[in-house]
Design a protein around this ligand. Structure first.
Ligand code: SF4
Length: 460
């Protein structure tokens, strides 16, 4: 894949990642638990057989990685984890009676934090708790995030027993200097062993997470990490950009700013990674930060135009409502977004009162749904057919989106998009900057005053 550094430089700006539209900073407490419950009841009555996607948030980690941007808590106390699991199960049991029992679960994701900080027995029990309460489809995608540090073969065996078929391992960088600077020393052999265990237990789909823009990262160390990762032959690779925002995440002050790659170096690291993965290792660029082997489900869904995006990133399970359990989890119903509380005390308090721990949300308007549809088509399938949008939403596309089309014209001149009378197509250079293309349709971004804009990470 050719990467034009001048274009990246020109268009690099802070923009949403569009795992939802509108994005999370627009959620408010006016839409809370009662609105969420009413919507759950309504949607389950109107679509009693629609597929479900479940997300479990396990927030605990043994040690803080200084770059971390997740909702996590450091703990060494097994009793704290056991307590959280008791409440998580109670939360599941509060929601289940509101759901139609005919709905098949087609996707389950265990995220965190570090889900594999649970003991193998805890993994088995929580997996069993879900299976006892939901109709998990035989071909459901069940994925878990794991930290090779502290992982044992028994964890992998337990995960496989409860049906896990996708494992996502955090790597970030194999370089020792980088690892020390981010407080995540993880010898390469731990990652290699984790991959071997997973394959040995029949977990065939492996994802490895990398990060660029970390302290002390150079083209040489990036290349060495990529060589090691490609040698492990994962099915998917996620390549995230490190967003250094110490004003929001105070612990990031522990990273020395002098050690961070300069903006130009960040671009070069990204370019090198992209070229290595797509040209030398034959991974397909799915979008934003995701790569997959050409025969992987994600790559096939992209070719078939059925790729979707949700809070877990790109997904092949189109149309499934996402129900999230645990601290900070985000529910994604077609008619409502809702987020769980982010503090443990409130989480426990609410559940003790038999209340779902939702604290804020957003009810998309018809205009939001229209814009969401266009943004998701661009982000996932790199194309929007105007007639299909007009038929579905009863609008005149060009008249309704005249502002957005004006914003896209310079991008068309720069070769990022093609503006046809019938369609908008994202060209390969535009796929690297697809957030910029999608943002042209973001009504909330363009209608708010600059001071009211939430902070987003940069495109590259
Ligand atoms: S393991 Fe993941 S969630 Fe935990 S501190 Fe490190 S980056 Fe954050």
């Amino acid at each position: 894949m050719d990467v034009d550094l001048d274009l990246l430089r020109q268009y690099n700006q802070s923009l949403p990642r569009y795992t939802s539209y509108p994005t999370v900073p627009h959620f408010g407490e006016a839409v809370g638990r009662e609105a969420f419950q009413a919507e759950v009841v309504r949607e389950n009555a109107s679509s009693p057989e629609a597929p479900l996607s479940l997300y479990l948030h396990l927030p605990f980690c043994r040690q803080l990685c200084y770059y971390c941007g997740c909702h996590m808590k450091v703990t060494h106390d097994p009793a704290r984890i056991a307590k959280y699991l008791r409440y998580l199960k109670r939360e599941i049991d509060l929601l289940v009676p509101l759901l139609s029992s005919d709905r098949p679960v087609t996707q389950v994701h265990w995220g965190g934090g570090t889900p594999t900080l649970l003991s193998p027995e805890q993994i088995r029990k929580l997996g069993g708790h879900l299976r006892d309460r939901f109709r998990v489809a035989p071909d459901a995608e069940i994925s878990i995030e794991a930290d090779p540090r502290g992982l044992t073969e028994s964890h992998i065996a337990a995960a496989r027993e409860i049906g896990v078929n996708r494992l996502s391992l955090g790597v970030q960088s194999f370089d020792r200097t980088v690892q020390e600077a981010i407080n995540r020393v993880q010898p390469e052999r731990l990652t290699r062993t984790a991959v071997r265990w997973a394959r040995g237990h029949g977990i065939d789909s492996i994802n490895l997470d990398l990060v660029y823009g970390l302290p002390h990262q150079t083209l040489e160390t990036m290349e060495a990490t990529l060589d090691g990762v490609v040698d492990l032959d994962p099915d998917r690779i996620a390549l995230y950009s490190y967003a250094h925002v110490p004003s929001v995440l105070a612990h990031q002050r522990l990273i020395s700013e002098e050690a961070l790659p300069a903006p130009e170096m960040r671009l070069r690291l990204f370019k090198r990674a992209l070229e290595t993965l797509t040209a030398e290792a034959s991974y397909q660029f799915i979008g934003l930060d995701h790569f997959a082997k050409p025969d992987d489900e994600l790559a096939c869904a992209q070719q078939n135009g059925t790729l979707r995006r949700n809070f877990q990133g790109y997904s092949t399970r189109a149309g499934a409502d996402v129900y999230a359990f645990g601290l900070s989890g985000i529910h994604q119903l077609s008619g409502l977004y809702a987020q769980n509380t982010k503090t443990l005390r409130t989480y426990y308090d609410q559940i003790d009162q038999d209340r779902l721990p939702v604290y804020r949300g957003y009810r998309p308007t018809q205009e939001d749904r229209l814009r969401r549809h266009v943004i998701m088509e661009l982000m996932c399938n790199a194309e929007v057919q105007k007639a299909a949008v007009e038929a579905r939403f009863n609008v005149d596309f060009d008249a309704h989106f005249s502002d957005a089309l004006d914003r896209l014209r310079p991008m068309a001149q720069d070769g990022l998009v093609v503006l046809d009378p019938e369609a908008i197509a994202v060209r390969p250079p535009g796929r690297l900057l697809v957030r910029n293309v999608a943002a042209a349709f973001d009504g909330h971004l363009h209608n708010a005053s600059p001071d009211a804009q939430p902070a987003y990470s940069e495109s590259v």
